[in-house]
Design a protein around this ligand. Structure first.
Ligand code: OSB
Ligand code: MG
Length: 367
């Protein structure tokens, strides 16, 4: 069995509401859909890289270039679908984790279709449903954010994560705690602070956050270790953990107590699973993060979050939290009890609406 063709769709999806982090505000999400075709089945993956090199250095265009010139040729060369062997080939390309992850997702989805298994079975998930958490961006006013939190809780979301940055931190988190004394609350700085800001970050301790995500630089480990000795709130790393090796070093150095696992950031499911297994053995809680994925990446995340080490509520919301119209049907929905069902259908392709992918595509490449 050979992969006959690889199709790459660069999508521009309008967001129902802008999303603002410490590195900026977006009104659209750009993402890359990877479609693999064989004689017998199709597989879908997603590279949620966005338009600019802000969260990471990758963009939809760099990922599309790396897949076209370097990764797809390794997939075409494989005469059998030995995914392990293909991934060994990927290791000869340094970095570009999101590009690798999108292609790896599509390979596992293809495998699911060919072996008539669900993605959850392929990934080793054990949960029938997962709790849903929502990540809320920076707003124009504290009141606007409080209104969104109230609406999210009413919908059933089990925990709230808010984005913070210098000037939008103590006052905001304090106001949230005052209005919602008992909710599970997290904060994510996306690398906006420096170690010298520790007295300010220590003031967050009184608000009983479950975790403070990526307070310092996107590539730092050591200063996070120093910061953790000065604050009580558990530090969770996101951007800093790009591989199993980063995870091991961060844990050994005490740089974090929790890890956010995103398959896109760490270079795919296999690396995500290695980090998951290691953290489980070290009693380090992990959770599944998100990057505004369309339905395709979202379903991969849901399957991944079903693994046993994912003990904290993931950043996985229903499709309509970000998109009026998703590219899968039915879309991902939030149950009234604040959970999302883990699908048992064989792979994703029965749910993908190709006409919608084409509708939102700004560029298509067929290899
Ligand atoms: O840091 O987790 C992050 C979105 C874009 C870039 C970075 C992050 C995020 C999110 C969104 O928090 C989470 C989601 O997809 O629900
Ligand atoms: Mg984050």
């Amino acid at each position: 069995m050979r992969v006959k063709s690889v199709e790459l769709y660069h999508l521009k999806l309008p967001l129902v509401h802008f999303f603002e982090t410490s590195f900026g505000r977006v009104a659209h999400q750009e993402t890359l859909i990877v479609r693999l075709i064989t004689d017998k089945a199709e597989g879908y993956g997603e590279v949620p890289a966005s338009a600019g090199p802000h969260y990471s250095y990758e963009t939809v265009r760099t990922a599309s270039y790396i897949i076209k010139d370097f990764l797809a040729p390794l997939v075409f060369k494989a005469t059998d679908l030995d995914i392990g062997r293909i991934l060994t080939g990927f290791k000869t390309i340094r970095g570009h984790n999101m590009a690798k992850a999108g292609l790896e997702m599509a390979l596992w989805d293809l495998q699911a279709r060919l072996t008539r298994k669900s993605l959850a079975q392929i990934y080793g998930g054990i949960k029938k449903s997962i709790p849903a958490g929502i990540s809320l961006g920076i707003e124009d006013s504290v009141n606007a954010l409080l209104i969104r939190i109230k609406a999210s809780l009413k919908q059933g979301y089990r925990r709230i994560k808010v984005k913070i940055k210098p000037g939008w931190d103590i006052k905001v988190v304090g106001a949230i705690r005052k209005s919602f004394p008992e909710i599970e609350l997290w904060a994510d700085a996306n690398g906006a602070y420096e170690l010298d800001d520790w007295p300010l970050l220590r003031r967050l301790d009184r608000f009983r956050l479950t975790l403070l995500e990526q307070p310092l630089r996107y590539d730092d480990i050591i200063d996070h270790g120093k910061l953790q000795t000065k604050i009580k709130t558990p530090i969770c790393l996101d951007e800093s953990i790009k591989s199993f090796s980063d995870a091991r070093q961060a844990i050994e150095l005490g740089a974090c107590k929790i890890i956010n696992i995103k398959q896109a950031r760490v270079g795919g499911f296999s690396e995500a699973k290695r980090i998951h297994d290691y953290c489980l053995s070290k009693n380090v809680p992990v959770w599944c993060g998100g990057l505004l994925e369309s339905g395709i990446g979202r379903l991969h995340n849901i399957a991944l979050a079903g693994l046993p080490g994912f003990v904290l509520t993931p950043d996985i919301s229903e499709s309509k939290r970000f998109y009026k119209e998703d590219i899968i049907e039915p879309p991902v929905v939030l149950e009234r009890d604040g959970t999302i069902a883990v699908p048992d259908e064989t792979g994703l392709s029965n749910r993908v609406i190709i006409a919608r992918i084409k509708k939102y595509a700004v560029q298509t490449i067929a290899l």
